[in-house]
Write a protein that binds this ligand. Sequence first.
Ligand code: GLU
Length: 447
Amino acid sequence: MAICDKYIQEIKEKYAHQPEFCQTVEEVLTSVEPVLEAHPEYIEMGIPERITTPDRQYSFRVTWVDDQGKVQVNNGYRIEFNNALGPYKGGLRFSPTVYPGILKFLGFEQIFKNSLTGLPIGGGKGGADFDPKGKSDGEVMRFCQSFMTELYSYIGPDTDVPAGDMGVGGREIGYLFGQYKRLTHRYDSGVLTGKPLTTGGLLGRSEATGYGVVWFLREMLKHNGDSLKGKTVVVSGYGNVTWGTIKKLNELGAKVITISGSEGYILDPDGISGDKVDYLLELRASNQRKCSPYAEKYEGAKFFAGEKPWNVPADIYIPCATQNEITLEDARNIVKNGGKYVCEAANMPSTNEAIKYLQENGIFFGPAKAANAGGVACSCIEMTQGAEHRFLKEEEVYEELEQIMINIHKQAVDAADKYGLGYNLVAGANIAGFEKVAEAMMAQGLF
Ligand code: GLU
């Protein structure tokens, strides 16, 4: 029996009510099996148990008043998962789907993603079951103020540094930062990242995750003697990550033909380029969580209600929307339609069965914790910018980000190579991310 099986089994029994967390633990521990075999001291020092258990978890009530004067109550959370490499770092998600299991999966992924950036940041995640859909600006502000009132005493530039995730963008981070400042009387620029540009934000942070994904994908293609030029790409989502991804894909000569929302997907065979890309920002700002208006605005585009875009033939598939959007059935369609590459931009967008099927059928697969690490990497650059009390130039940010993405790909390739696993970026990324955290934990004694 493999060493990791015992731990996976224990987690599955203990956290059966948190399936997303069990799923990511299974993926990571299965990948690091050869590392555990080579390092019996990790087992002795309880690394597998400790790394899968958050350092601490806060949960709090968030009370606010809506535009009708009615009292509203939500649940807020912050999970500080592991700070072996640096202060806890990770986004806040505002969505009705948020519960501790989602945040534990995201926080656990974040440990290894942040490790892969090569920057000194630990892993954490937080959020609330607040639904931004249809909320007014005033409601969002009052919610954010109340959320920060509960959160502020747990965070700090060297303690725990939240940022955005689904439902949390520059506007929300701006309100959260304003309230933090009000409560502490401190302009701690490094306490939150993804801040608006007027408020210590980093030039290029909005594009960072998407650009990083495409630079990572470019490395995957390069490794296989291929290039992005002339490739057809299917992407999902229509938010910030989708927008940045499409912008960079266009720049590098690929053609993107889909976007999607929770109500269906858009097929635009002419390609989503030019002003169509910026229209995505409008769609997102409308807070309606819908992509269908795109088909009303642009001739030639078609809306497919209730469907996902994975049955559209393309060379490359980039899931940018949410967890588990590529199931085994979707993976079968991708293979059947002649797809060659799948590169994850959202967090855990493919089920473990889908990943296995894609890899077994010759698809080159780029896992999220490697491919989408550009966002958090730029967040760490934003922390440095804040600490240095200056503003970086956009070119400086992109230059560093591109290099970070090249390095992440190389680390994953080298780690898989070291254990004789071939070009397996899933195993390679998990191993490279894990090794650094495990070594730091060993060096720091029991905690
Ligand atoms: N939410 C993003 C992620 O999943 C960014 C986190 C951050 O910048 O701290 O990596």
